[in-house]
Design a protein around this ligand. Structure first.
Ligand SMILES: [Zn+2]
Length: 290
């Protein structure tokens, strides 16, 4: 015989279960409704953008998408996800185009940097800075080499125009004292060893000088160190090139510098290093193909 209390308890449990099931059905229904509404609103917003303003920039598009969202429904996950996905892919395309530009900026004595250009930089190590968009690739390259037992020493990276000007003027003074040259002749002579302000890749923030810690002299013998050899072999994997190879002095305007590495992005780096060409030749080829 069951007592009344037991029935009461069972009934209670049953009612609780039913309430729980009803709540679950409500939640599922609400989620489905939200999802459908979200997809619908997302479509309407996109369709409106495409029809009315086909040539909008990404920033404007993003704004109108956000505006549309506020108007329609707050907190609809599906719609937000659809929009986020679309923004990411649109952003990626724009980013890819922009990426090619900044990575391949040509700076040499015939092509000075844009006036007033100042990259956003981040520290590599030891108070040396690099373009913030590529500093990660550089750090990865250094870390991977070090893991293989190499002892890299970064001895120059980003230089402000002011710093480059100081270096150049200092060189002019030394040339004048050593050779007796004056004026333009002294500046020209100085320019063969220290780049004129705005014509050094170090001002661009995409160049780094790396040597072996136990051989820090900037001469051709640097190329014989294990560090320089590893860099030459592996730099392209990280988007870097040996910028001034031994046989490209005429094209680059700079003597062989086994320590100077330039970031150009992985695609260009692979082609440049594989083909044994310099950045000037690569850009010429790219231009001819367009
Ligand atoms: Zn350099």
């Amino acid at each position: 015989m069951r007592r009344y209390g037991e029935y009461e308890q069972e009934n209670k449990a049953l009612r609780k279960r039913k309430r729980k099931q009803a709540m679950q059905r409500k939640i599922i229904g609400f989620c489905l409704f939200t999802f459908l509404l979200g997809v619908l609103c997302g479509r309407i917003v996109f369709a409106k953008d495409v029809e009315e303003e086909p040539a909008q920039s990404l920033a404007e598009n993003t704004e109108s998408i956000e505006y549309g969202l506020e108007e329609s429904w707050q907190g609809q996950e599906a719609s937000e996800m659809a929009i986020a996905g679309s923004m990411i892919s649109a952003g990626r395309e724009a980013e890819e185009e922009e990426e090619e530009d900044w990575k391949l900026t040509l700076v040499n004595k015939w092509n000075p940097m844009e006036d007033g250009y100042k990259p956003a930089v981040a520290e590599i190590e030891n108070n040396y800075y690099f373009d913030a968009r590529a500093v990660g690739a550089l750090q990865e390259m250094l870390a991977d080499g070090r893991r293989e037992g190499l002892d890299f020493w970064v001895c120059s990276a980003y230089r402000t125009i002011e710093k480059q000007t100081d270096l150049f003027e200092d060189k002019v003074r030394r040339v004048m004292a050593e050779t007796g040259l004056t004026g333009e002749a002294a500046r020209e002579e100085a320019g063969t060893e220290v780049a004129y302000p705005g014509t050094s890749e170090h001002n661009l923030g995409l160049a780094v000088d790396i040597v072996a810690r136990d051989y820090q002299i900037l001469d051709e013998k640097q190329a014989r160190t294990a560090e320089a050899q590893w860099l030459k072999e592996n730099c392209w994997r990280y988007g870097f090139i040996l910028r001034y190879p031994t046989d490209k002095t005429e094209e680059t305007g700079i003597i062989f510098e086994p320590w100077h590495y330039r970031y150009v992005g992985e695609k260009a780096a692979k082609e440049i290093m594989e083909q044994g060409i310099c950045l000037e030749e690569y850009l010429d080829a790219v231009e001819r193909n367009i």
